[in-house]
Design a protein around this ligand. Structure first.
Ligand code: HEM
Length: 502
């Protein structure tokens, strides 16, 4: 047979198979951008600002949008309604995760965030839940209160473009005390060094989550480093020891302290004491569960507080209103405490607007559907990777007026406000919802309330003494934060300086 005939025959056979498959399909796929043969939407996939690009596409294709990559079906959910309908009401089939070969190469193997849905997942979630549930998080208030006050002092000291260090120390300081009982006393603490390095490795990996050559062709990891397409695999191998250290160090430290009888209460200690004899498997699970709390809790928390600082620079009248409320309810002879939360509705609205204005994990983590499903008459095939576009949901003009503006009043009842609902998707959905949500929310609230009470946040000045107005541009990796939130943070009145230094 000549090669032309062979190609023609193969083409015709593929067409017949494709037509048959379409006929057998119980429902049409959701709409989406036109797909090219074989590679689907590969060339259209955004390399930057994916949540914003998907949201724009949703304007054409709707809030349930289908994309095809080689060997991979993707659905993007651009409305809270669709995310709740599928990821929450049908969570029994939408709680799996895709496999990310790149992250596995980095050493994130015993990691809840990446774990497929199943028995081990349930065990891990229970471990997290027992330590991080709403009730249990009340016990951590004193740690968070203390760290919030240290944060304020560190913000006062930090130069306008170095605030991130203080925020990172706040986020890591809380998780470190919870996970291993260690208190961070200085900027050169080993936990800060480790979490900084791991955050750096995640930033590199997240430039293309699930979409590197290794993710599509995992066999490339066996090829030598000079082979084309192995760039990410080489990078992952380079960072592996750093990721590994974050797994082993906290557990080894607590084991040592326990032997010496000096271990402080912590997640690791509690888990060590819960078993009579430690198996290697249990210990590896423990390492993974401790490490993920650092990895998942650090950049998300400091990123959220950096959004708050940016908003306070750009919307000074919101800062003023919140401070007036604090003055009226708490006065200036003490700092806010957790029991004040219900009495400060404007501060609450401001905090909720921070979550909505720029959600910390804009595309959440991808869920995976484990069986064919029909939604609104459309087929979501088994194995589809489902991205809840959290950022897109916050921009819905049907729910939020002027959605790109920072307006805490939108949540207040009329006539003072606009009676709009709080956004509820920022911690994700269903059985994969963030296990650290209560801890994170308490950290964010006490940090915001303490900063508002005790600080004046203003624009930084450039070398010509002209106000710097930072842009509202955000980074859009796995996690998101402002590209620039330079600001001056100084004591609001001498009383607060005294209160904090007391
Ligand atoms: C403001 C801070 C935080 C934000 C905005 C945030 C947001 C999220 C989001 C959107 C997800 C994905 C949920 C989904 O797949 O539907 C997630 C997952 C997760 N988060 Fe958080 N998070 C924060 C802080 C924390 C903290 C402090 C911890 C732990 C100490 C934590 C631990 C986790 C874990 C373990 C998962 C994976 C859950 C699973 O796959 O079952 N997060 N988070």
């Amino acid at each position: 047979m000549s090669s032309t005939l062979l190609i023609g025959f193969t083409g015709a056979a593929l067409l017949v198979l494709w037509t048959m498959k379409r006929r057998l399909q119980p429902a049409p796929l959701p709409p989406g951008p036109r797909r090219a043969p074989l590679i689907g939407n590969l060339l259209q996939m955004p390399h930057d600002k994916a949540p914003l690009v998907f949201h724009e596409w949703a304007g054409t294709y709707g809030d349930v949008m289908y994309l095809k990559l080689p060997g991979m079906s993707i659905v993007v959910l651009d409305s809270l309604q669709a995310a709740e309908d599928l990821l929450e009401k049908r969570s029994a089939i939408y709680s799996d995760r895709p496999i990310f070969p790149l992250y596995e190469l980095f050493g994130w193997t015993s990691t809840l965030t990446m774990m497929p849905y199943g028995k081990k997942f349930t065990q891990y979630r229970q471990m997290h839940h027992a330590y991080l549930n709403r009730q249990r998080c009340l016990d951590y208030h004193p740690i968070q209160l203390d760290e919030a006050r240290t944060l304020v002092k560190n913000l006062w000291l930090a130069a306008p473009d170095e605030k991130q260090r203080a925020l990172g120390r706040f986020a890591t300081g809380i998780v470190t005390q919870l996970v291993s009982g260690h208190r961070i006393e200085s900027d050169d603490d080993i936990y800060l060094r480790m979490t900084d390095m791991v955050a750096e490795s995640l930033t590199r990996a997240e430039q293309a989550p699930g979409a590197t050559a290794i993710d599509f062709f995992p066999f490339l990891k066996y090829f030598p480093s000079w082979f084309p397409g192995t760039y990410y695999a080489n990078m992952a191998r380079e960072w592996y020891p750093t990721v590994r250290e974050l797994h082993t160090f906290p557990v080894e430290e607590v084991k040592k302290q326990r032997k010496e009888g000096i271990a402080r209460p912590s997640f690791v200690l509690e888990q060590l004491e819960a078993v009579e004899s430690m198996t290697e498997e249990y210990e590896e699970d423990l390492r993974g569960n401790a490490a993920v709390m650092f990895a998942a809790g650090e950049s998300t928390t400091w990123g959220t507080i950096s959004v708050f600082l940016l908003a306070m620079v750009l919307y000074p009248e919101c800062q003023r209103k919140a401070q007036e409320e604090i003055n009226a309810i708490i006065g200036n002879t003490r700092l806010p405490e957790f029991h004040d939360r219900d009495s400060l509705p404007y501060v609450e609205a401001l905090c909720r607007e921070v979550y909505r204005w720029n959600p910390g994990v804009p595309l959440a983590l991808p869920h995976r559907c484990i069986q064919d499903d029909i939604y609104r008459g459309m087929l979501i095939p088994k194995g589809t990777i489902v991205f809840p576009n959290i950022k897109g949901m916050t921009l819905s003009p049907k729910i939020y007026s002027d959605p790109t503006d920072f307006i805490p009043e939108r949540y207040l009842p009329r006539p003072l406000g606009r009676d709009e609902p709080y956004f509820t998707g920022h911690f994700g959905f269903g059985r994969r919802i963030c296990t650290g949500q209560h801890l994170a929310d308490n950290s964010v609230w006490i940090a915001i309330a303490t900063i508002l009470a005790s600080c004046r946040i203003t624009n930084a000045m450039d070398e010509n003494d002209v106000k710097i107005v930072p842009p509202t541009t955000m980074t859009y990796g796995l996690m998101s934060h402002p590209v620039d939130f330079r600001c001056v943070v100084e004591p609001r009145t001498p009383e607060y300086k005294f209160l904090l230094e007391e």
